[in-house]
Design a protein around this ligand. Structure first.
Ligand SMILES: Cc1cc2nc3c(=O)[nH]c(=O)nc-3n(C[C@H](O)[C@H](O)[C@H](O)COP(=O)(O)OP(=O)(O)OC[C@H]3O[C@@H](n4cnc5c(N)ncnc54)[C@H](O)[C@@H]3O)c2cc1C
Length: 246
């Protein structure tokens, strides 16, 4: 079984006397002065856009990430049913995609939903120089909501209820996409005891990457040599190994 510990920040990796990764040091949000140590056979870095932080042991040389911030709009209303959408909604015509969190909040992303790799639109200079001023935020949010309103009936009524009852029920954030320098997912061992799983297309690829990675990790922990680890690796992931950057 797994023991999930939330509300923590990994401060650094622990290494044994041979330099092999042996666990992590972390603090909790309630007490960030107390460093807690957790030993591990293997550490998996799946920290999105923060995965190349030197504290997490990989660094930007081994894991170069592109700088491509984007906007996400959150819409919430007390008047709407709190049921999650059963699937992620993608509207390719109006170029919007959205999902609903368990508290009922809709998260709307503008532009195409990227599946698997980079997209020429994603490399546009406007994207890299996203204006994050308040006025621009509001304009982007309105544009995203307008695109989402053209969606199926239940979403339309949700949007209408928001604008009629409380026009401040949306907020926008800018966030760095967890996207590698070549736009493709990065999945695999960086070194013995340190595995990485970072991808921009996490929404669409997470179920598959999760399955493949967990199988590989289990096999590699049972392996007796690095040759054995490689033999167990899935060929489908060959093009996405972190070793391509070094
Ligand atoms: C603008 C934008 C556009 C997007 N477009 C698409 C798209 O087109 N297609 C698609 O599939 N997905 C898209 N996404 C979603 C996103 O890119 C990923 O697919 C998804 O969020 C990746 O999931 P993840 O769990 O790997 O990383 P994240 O969701 O980023 O989660 C990483 C987690 O690690 C935690 N963390 C970081 N550092 C530390 C630390 N030191 N200690 C402890 N915890 C830490 C963070 O708090 C966070 O909870 C988009 C996202 C953005 C922001």
């Amino acid at each position: 079984g797994a023991n999930f510990i939330g509300g923590v920040e990994i401060e650094s990796l622990m290494r044994n006397k041979d330099g092999k990764v042996a666990g992590v040091k972390y603090t909790t949000t309630s007490d960030n002065s107390n460093i807690i140590r957790a030993t591990a056979d293997l550490v998996i870095i799946a920290c999105g856009a923060n995965s190349a932080s030197p504290a997490l042991g990989i660094g930007s040389e081994k894991l170069p990430l592109a700088k491509q911030p984007g906007a996400l709009t959150y819409v919430s209303s007390d008047n709407y049913l709190k049921q999650p959408l059963k699937r992620i909604f993608v509207d390719t015509i109006n170029q919007t995609h959205m999902l609903r969190r368990s508290d009922g909040t809709l998260v709307i992303g503008g532009g195409k939903l990227i599946v698997g790799g980079s997209d020429s639109d994603e490399d546009s200079p406007e994207d890299k120089e996203l204006d994050i001023s308040e006025e621009a935020d509001s304009a982007i949010a309105k544009e995203m909501i307008a695109a989402a309103i053209k969606s199926p009936d239940d979403l339309e009524s949700f949007m209408e209820s928001c604008s009629e009852n409380d026009d401040k029920s949306f907020r926008i954030t800018t966030a760095n996409r967890p996207i590698s320098a070549d736009g493709l997912p990065v999945v695999g061992l960086v070194e013995e005891g340190l595995y990485v799983a970072v991808t921009h297309s996490g929404i669409t690829l997470a179920p598959l990457i999760g399955e493949l990675a967990s199988f590989e990790i289990e096999e590699s922990l049972n392996a007796k040599s690095s040759e054995e680890v490689e033999r167990y690796g899935f060929e489908i992931l060959d093009a996405y190994r972190p070793t391509r950057f070094v």
